[in-house]
Design a protein around this ligand. Structure first.
Ligand code: HEC
Ligand code: HEC
Length: 328
């Protein structure tokens, strides 16, 4: 009985530390502060985009011209969002996008333009509008460019400047490019152009095929290295392999980072990707599975292991009783 009491006390204190003290200490010791020591509260906005973070960042920099520019930009985005888009009319405009988003693995100004097959499903509507208006502003990397036309997708600004046309193209994507998406497809469309995932044999060129000849495998490897050099040239650094990232970083970090990379790593070259909630959930599912492929099997095994322990404890108890029966 005494042992049981001691065990109960130890368990209670462990749980208390684990669930209350540790997260609190973590929160207190990892406060994010700006240049003036004011705490920055990183909040998730439910994967919707209206420029709140971007404007707040410009205000923190104390750059009033930038604040005005960001405010005007996001105000116009919200004007376009109010227009009623015509999906049928939008098809012609979307054809212009396909000029770059060909689906062929060809690098264009630093990365391979992603497939837009599920663009209407995984990206937020406001974000898509913003992206067509000005890709660098939408993804919050305008600080990298003197003229945002220099962004690899920047020329879309001049190709499509009519607000109604933008609303139509976005309506087209929300209607025609919004089929059910798998975690793998979501990751391929949103992240692969920059990030490899070693554990799933995926590189910036997509999933690595199986080659019969070693020569072919080596030739492919060279293509991967060339692609990585191009991405590195564009980003200034090779984006990290994401095999383990979901285990290395907590949920809160991932959410707020994907919504707005600048909020977590000020000055980072990673652009905002503009995923909506479903898009993020799919990418998260992919990364969880990649980082821990045996998780499902392990969880299925759990109840069996516990059952084994219960039966074993029972047998041990009966065995003890049997052995000690003479001593009572
Ligand atoms: C001049 C070539 C070009 C044109 C035209 C173009 N894109 Fe892109 N697009 C790109 C490139 C390059 C990227 C990758 C940029 C990056 O990752 O920094 C991209 C990225 C994207 C992304 C993912 C961006 C993100 O932040 O997640 C979407 C969505 C997209 N384009 C939609 C469109 C739509 C819709 C159109 C037509 C209205 C269009 N693009 C026209 C080159 C182009
Ligand atoms: C256009 C290129 C690009 C795209 C697309 C992109 N990333 Fe990144 N990502 C980067 C770069 C560059 C870094 C390195 C940032 C740095 O060190 O400043 C990075 C860093 C990261 C990090 C690590 C942050 C840390 O802890 O250091 C995570 C997590 C991440 N990306 C997740 C994603 C996910 C998930 C997607 C898809 C939804 C994605 N990225 C799409 C370029 C990209």
């Amino acid at each position: 009985m005494r042992e049981l009491k001691i065990a109960a006390v130890v368990v209670a204190f462990s749980l208390l530390t684990y669930y209350l003290v540790e997260p609190y200490a973590h929160h207190e010791m990892h406060k994010k502060v700006d240049a003036h020591g004011v705490e920055i509260k990183l909040e998730s906005h439910g994967f919707t985009y209206d420029g709140t973070d971007d404007i707040a960042e410009a205000e923190r920099k104390g750059d009033s011209a930038l604040v005005d520019k960001k405010k005007a930009f996001w105000a116009e985005v919200s004007e376009v969002a109010k227009l009623k888009g015509d999906a049928v009319a939008g098809e012609a405009g979307f054809a212009m996008c396909m000029g770059c988003h060909t689906g062929a693995n060809v690098n264009m100004g630093g990365v391979i333009p992603p497939s837009l097959d599920h663009a209407g499903r995984i990206y937020d509507k406001n974000y898509l509008i913003a992206l067509i208006k000005d890709p660098a502003m939408a993804s919050n990397v305008d600080h990298k460019y003197v003229d945002t036309m220099m962004h690899p997708m920047g020329s879309i600004k001049s190709m499509m400047s009519d607000n109604q046309q933008i609303a139509d193209v976005v309506a087209y994507m929300l209607e025609k490019k919004a089929a059910e998406v798998t975690p793998k497809e979501a990751f391929a469309e949103a992240c692969v152009r920059c990030h490899a995932v070693r554990y799933t044999k995926t590189t910036q060129l997509g999933e690595t095929p199986v080659f019969k000849q070693e020569k072919e495998a080596l030739a492919y490897q060279i293509k991967v290295l060339d692609e990585q050099d191009a991405v590195k040239g564009y980003m200034g650094t090779l984006p990290p392999d994401l095999s383990m990232i979901i285990r290395a970083r907590g949920e809160h970090f991932m959410e707020t980072f994907i919504e707005n990379p600048q909020g977590q790593l000020a000055g980072t070259s990673m652009p905002r990707v503009g995923l909506n909630h479903e898009g993020y959930e799919k990418v998260k599912e992919y990364l969880t599975e990649a980082g821990d492929p045996s998780k499902k099997a392990r969880e299925a095994l759990g109840p069996w292991v516990l059952g084994f322990f219960v039966i074993f404890a029972l047998l041990a108890f009966l065995w003890k009783k049997y052995q000690w029966r003479e001593l009572h």
